[in-house]
Ligand binder design. Structure first.
Ligand SMILES: Nc1nc2c(c(=O)[nH]1)N[C@H]1C(S)=C(S)[C@@H](COP(=O)(O)OP(=O)(O)OC[C@H]3O[C@@H](n4cnc5c(=O)[nH]c(N)nc54)[C@H](O)[C@@H]3O)O[C@H]1N2
Ligand SMILES: Nc1nc2c(c(=O)[nH]1)N[C@H]1C(S)=C(S)[C@@H](COP(=O)(O)OP(=O)(O)OC[C@H]3O[C@@H](n4cnc5c(=O)[nH]c(N)nc54)[C@H](O)[C@@H]3O)O[C@H]1N2
Ligand SMILES: [Mo]
Length: 788
């Protein structure tokens, strides 16, 4: 008789019920309280059960045959030898000990950036960081790929960076009060499917719809469909938002529409910025006539927009993507400056906001967070790099660099350890990363599936997916905690990251420091007990663990809607900001002291090296928008049915304007080749007038699939945009990633295009007695239903 059960669970793309029949995951149903479930839920089952899951621990063949450190240039080329857990863990423990002893703890790189899973306990990156701290220290990563530039510039302007991480005026306030919303990059519903830590109710589509019904929307950006259909689309050249914002400010000043009392009362440095706007410092007024040819917008449009903005309640926003560009600090600072000149910061529906549309919760009505996160451990090595400088670090050990006023140097990394992230997805200029990746002596990766990064590891340790373990999920801005019940047995020999690391800690003599004497279940109860105590202190009664677990979900209280900086505006003295002046800094003495020409002391238009106004357009005439995919979460679920349905000619779709396509003889559905000096990829052409002329859109996340990994700069058959993007820092201030400042050439691909192979596991051989040990001493037959 068939056994059937349904358990509550959650993911980065939403909460759901998992249906299990005879021990197999057969489907998921969205949470009943989700009014708008993410289409991406359609790929959850495949991600847990698909053919790219990693079945057993595996060693890269050169390492299996010759020991650690062998033939590092063969990473990505070698096939793999499956081994037993003891063998793999003994090797990893010995390498960690050797490298720490010979080169010191900073030579172990455990930054391990990445989204991992939604569960808060089994969060792989957090677990790895705790283990590496407990076992002696490591080099960490600071910041994130999402908004690294904002994390460094906003504290100099506003005193902290909360405004980039979801602290925005609520959309219900916007719908009620805002007359004009100037949205740079739009507010895409596509990206609101997702929330780090999970989400129960997707409300963004409805919230944005209400705003669109009551508010005039002006959308500046390269893709029309990033904003609601009612928006007026100004398809400015990408990367020129700062010039536009300066010209809007200039117009307000020369038309005497600026709010001098607000600038006097709440800001500092206005005279310095004003002098720059008027051209008193460099002889160039930042007028609408100046900006028009830069932005490729009519000067009249810019002037009219400024006057319109001053006439009512105006919100100015930017998506996070604007600062993932060279000098990405500038548009965010300029957004704040424009809002300050309009004088509406702190008024309902006025001022500025960042990240609307960029995650499920941003701008949601009154969510309240609970502190359900794993405690960290102090890192004895006290070593870190800015998150996106990984290739620089590996290529140039000891080299000096600057970040946010500090002079630092790169550690000499010998061992790279990754769990819960995919650098061969997220980093820019993958051919450069591939060169850098040959430098470490050992690379260890925990993965659930054979990603490009797992294929470039020396030791691959198979991790469970969330459906194979119990956990708790909540995001910092969701109103629910979801009990994630284990639904199925682990795939193959996969183990939880926590269990893997606890066994390594045992070998390294630090098990208690890592586990604090708890098993996974003990940790879940402990985390919840801590959350309950914090709740009680804040006057919120939460149920005990048994009740939470039985109910599957607990509702958290909501807070009133937010108006960003309302209290500061009401009384700037009582609510001083954390800046040196206590006010919004439109000129920063601190930045002036740094003396960075790539991040000056007030918002400044700085030409990026790659944009549609640079001389390189003669060779590379298209601006590449490598935005977040509608069909995946980054590289996650690329093998799933939702992503598969989006592929064109077996590759990632590349959208372009029909007239651009016609000029290059490209038809809808053609295989195209995108290339620049850094590399080349194949993609499938999709013609769409919603794309600005001169722009091509190739979303991130198609698994990197070089035709011949042994060849430098080999053609990527699949369409991973990071083969093309530049690995340049935003500036010396933030050292953030700048993927959006990339030019490419596009042509119809006349050759015969080989099919992609990266969605099949790499060649695997079963190890027998390699390294002198039984490969799988406790071998039991693998579950027959997992399609081996
Ligand atoms: N060109 C370009 N590049 C970009 C961006 C862009 O806009 N343009 N965006 C950037 C941004 S904002 C981000 S956040 C990054 C995202 O980059 P990443 O966060 O690195 O991307 P993911 O694909 O989410 O990688 C997470 C990995 O963790 C694995 N995983 C999931 N659960 C577990 C688990 O329980 N245990 C273990 N061990 N592994 C697990 C998944 O299989 C997946 O491979 O990409 C950045 N890269
Ligand atoms: N479905 C899905 N949703 C996601 C993710 C995912 O992988 N899949 N990832 C999540 C993560 S980690 C993050 S950080 C957020 C990121 O959220 P965003 O940073 O907003 O995401 P993007 O899609 O990269 O960019 C949004 C749009 O900005 C526009 N844009 C690009 N360059 C410029 C420019 O120079 N000027 C202007 N005005 N517009 C420009 C592009 O048209 C692009 O579509 O999304 C999150 N949501
Ligand atoms: Mo991100």
């Amino acid at each position: 008789m068939a056994s059937e059960r349904t358990v509550p669970h959650s993911s980065h793309v939403g909460a759901f019920s998992a249906h299990v029949r005879d021990g197999r995951l057969v489907g998921v149903t969205p949470h009943p309280l989700d009014p708008d479930p993410a289409p991406l839920l359609g790929s959850v089952v495949e991600a847990a059960t698909g053919r790219t899951r990693i079945r057993r621990p595996a060693l890269r063949r050169s390492v299996a045959e010759h020991g650690p450190g062998a033939a590092p240039q063969r990473r990505g080329i070698d096939d793999f030898v499956e081994v037993g857990w003891d063998e793999a863990l003994d090797l990893v423990a010995a390498e960690l000990t050797r490298v720490r002893t010979e080169h010191g703890p900073a030579s172990i790189f455990g930054g391990s950036y990445g989204w991992s899973s939604a569960g808060r306990f089994h969060h792989a990156k957090t677990q790895l960081n705790r283990f590496l701290a407990a076992s002696g220290g490591y080099t960490a990563q600071s910041g994130n790929y999402s908004f690294a530039a904002a994390l460094r510039i906003l504290p100099h302007v506003l005193g902290d960076a909360r405004a980039t991480d979801g602290t925005v005026t609520s959309l219900d306030v916007v719908a009620e009060h805002t007359d004009l919303w100037l949205m740079l990059g739009g507010a895409p519903v596509r990206t609101t499917q997702v929330e780090s830590g999970g989400v129960v109710a997707h409300r963004a589509r409805a919230d944005l719809g209400r705003v669109a019904a009551s508010t005039e929307l002006v959308h500046v950006g390269p893709l029309r469909d990033d904003a609601p259909p009612s928006a007026r689309w100004l398809p400015a050249r990408p990367g020129t938002d700062t010039a536009l914002l300066l010209a809007l400010m200039h117009t307000l000043v020369v038309e005497s529409l600026h709010d001098q009392p607000f600038l006097d009362r709440c800001c500092t440095g206005w005279p310095r910025l004003r002098a720059y706007l008027l051209g008193e410092t460099d002889g160039q007024p930042k007028s609408a006539d100046w900006a028009a040819p830069i932005c490729d917008l009519p000067a009249r449009t810019i002037r009219d927009l400024a006057v319109r903005a001053a006439r009512g309640r105006t919100l100015v926003s930017a998506t996070w993507s604007l600062q993932r560009a060279e000098h990405g600090e500038q548009p965010f600072w300029a957004v704040i400056a424009l809002a300050a000149v309009l004088g509406q910061i702190g008024l309902p529906g006025g001022g500025f906001g960042f990240g609307y549309g960029n995650a499920a919760s941003i701008g949601a009505h009154g969510p309240r967070s609970v502190g359900l996160s794993m405690p960290t451990l102090p890192n004895p090595a006290d070593s870190w790099i800015p998150v996106a400088r990984i290739a620089d670090m590996l290529l140039h050990p000891g080299a000096p660099y600057e970040v946010d006023g500090q002079h630092r140097s790169y550690p000499d990394v010998r061992l790279v350890y990754w769990a819960g992230g995919n650098p061969f997805h997220h980093h820019q200029d993958l051919n450069r990363l591939a060169r850098a990746w040959q430098r470490p002596e050992t690379v260890v990766v925990h993965e659930t599936c054979w990603t490009a990064t797992a294929r470039r590891a020396d030791v691959v340790l198979p991790a469970t997916v969330t459906l194979e373990r119990d956990d708790l999920s909540t995001s910092s801005r969701d109103t629910s905690v979801v009990a994630m019940h284990r639904a199925v047995e682990p795939y193959g020999r996969a183990r939880d990251d926590f269990a893997i690391l606890a066994d390594l800690a045992e070998r390294l003599g630090c098990r208690d420091a890592f586990t604090e004497g708890r098993d996974a279940d003990g940790w879940l109860r402990h985390l919840w007990a801590t959350t309950r105590a914090e709740g009680r202190a804040a006057g919120v009664e939460l149920p005990d663990f048994a009740t939470l677990w039985a109910r599957g979900r607990v509702e958290l209280p909501t807070e009133p809607s937010l108006v960003l900086l309302a209290d500061f505006r009401a009384d700037p003295e009582a609510h001083r900001l954390g800046t040196p002046s206590g006010r919004i800094e439109l000129f920063s003495e601190t930045l002036d002291g740094f003396g960075y020409d790539d991040c000056p002391a007030h918002p400044t238009w700085l030409e990026p090296r790659e944009w549609l106004g640079s001389p390189d357009v003669a060779r590379h005439p298209f601006h590449l928008v490598s935005n977040q995919p509608a069909s995946r979460l980054h590289g996650q679920m690329d093998t799933g049915p939702v992503s598969a349905a989006s592929k064109v000619a077996g590759r990632e779709p590349c959208r372009m304007h029909p007239e651009d396509a016609a000029a290059y003889g490209i038809a809808d559905g053609d295989v195209v080749r995108l290339h620049n000096d850094r590399g080349a990829v194949l993609a499938g052409a999709v013609l769409d007038p919603d794309v600005r002329r001169g722009v091509v859109q190739l979303a991130t996340g198609a698994w990197y699939d070089p035709a011949d990994a042994a060849e430098p700069k080999s053609l990527d058959l699949h369409g991973n945009p990071n083969v093309l993007t530049a690995d340049r820092p935003t500036s010396r201030l933030a050292q953030g990633p700048s993927a959006h400042s990339t030019l490419v050439a596009v042509e119809r691909y006349a050759g015969s295009a080989p099919p992609i192979t990266v969605h099949d596991p790499p060649a695997l051989v079963r190890g027998v007695g390699v390294l002198g040990k039984d490969p799988d001493p406790d071998s039991v037959p693998d579950r027959p239903d997992r399609g081996a």
